[in-house]
Design a protein around this ligand. Structure first.
Ligand SMILES: Nc1ncnc2c1ncn2[C@@H]1O[C@H](COP(=O)(O)OP(=O)(O)OP(=O)(O)O)[C@@H](O)[C@H]1O
Length: 220
């Protein structure tokens, strides 16, 4: 079992405080859901954990190793950003080789989710197909901790359900931290839920709390 420990994260943009004293801990076999209104700082938090953005304060540990740079995170943390990140003209089979080790590549090549566009290049895919490909490449990467920023965005319901099942299956050996505005899908698969609100990360017990903290409308 491995553990990702995230502590004391503080981040401001100019005078705007985005994150204050953020703590979370994720073990393999756990799925953590992070909810929050638009602009609450979810992507900022993911980028700091992944190492592409620096907080004013931060302490991030993988087991006993303090993660100080991108090199420390290799094969430990993978990150699906909110925006498209793949080169557009590389064959998808080649991308799978680049993102996955041999074992994971073989498994992904067998997945029925990838079959419809296996011989394509990303520039020939629809927006949703491109998102499926990106989500799969990150989930099947070697890393033990997977950060997914809006993995369900633009995916049709049946595909969302299949991706949720895949995340649950993969969580037997990986830890996931997921954020998405399709909150019910996040609630369905998460062991723990947090709400990022007013720059603090609050553990959430149930829907009532999500209403009380003004994330959900009262009539849900
Ligand atoms: N590079 C930047 N410079 C200045 N402000 C920024 C920068 N990046 C993000 N912000 C601001 O920080 C806040 C948090 O942004 P972030 O993208 O983390 O929110 P989010 O919770 O992921 O939002 P959404 O759900 O809408 O994607 C927003 O107010 C945004 O405008």
């Amino acid at each position: 079992m491995s553990k990702l420990h995230v502590d004391s994260i503080t981040k401001s943009f100019g005078k705007q405080k985005i994150l204050q004293d953020i703590f979370l801990s994720c073990e393999t076999r756990e799925i953590l859901g992070i909810l929050g209104r638009n602009g609450s700082g979810k992507s900022t938090l993911f980028q700091i954990i992944f190492g592409t953005l620096k907080g004013e304060n931060q302490f991030i540990k993988f087991n006993e190793v303090i993660l100080k740079n991108q090199f420390n995170r290799k094969n430990r943390i993978s990150y699906l950003p909110q925006n498209s990140f793949l080169p557009k003209n590389i064959k998808i089979k080649k991308l799978i080789e680049l993102f996955c080790d041999d074992e994971n590549a073989a498994e992904l090549l067998n997945s029925k989710l990838i079959q419809p566009f296996i011989n394509e290049i990303p520039s020939n895919l629809s927006g949703g197909e491109l998102r499926i490909l990106e989500v799969l490449l990150i989930i099947y990467s070697k890393a033990e901790f997977i950060l997914l920023d809006e993995p369900f965005h633009s995916l049709s319901p049946k595909i969302v359900s299949e991706i949720k099942n895949l995340i649950k299956e993969k969580s037997k050996s990986k830890g996931f931290i997921i954020s998405d505005h399709q909150f019910q899908d996040v609630l369905d698969i998460s062991n723990k839920i947090y709400l990022l609100s007013n720059s603090y990360l609050k553990p959430i017990k149930d829907l009532t709390e999500l209403k009380r903290f003004n994330y959900l409308p009262k009539n849900i």
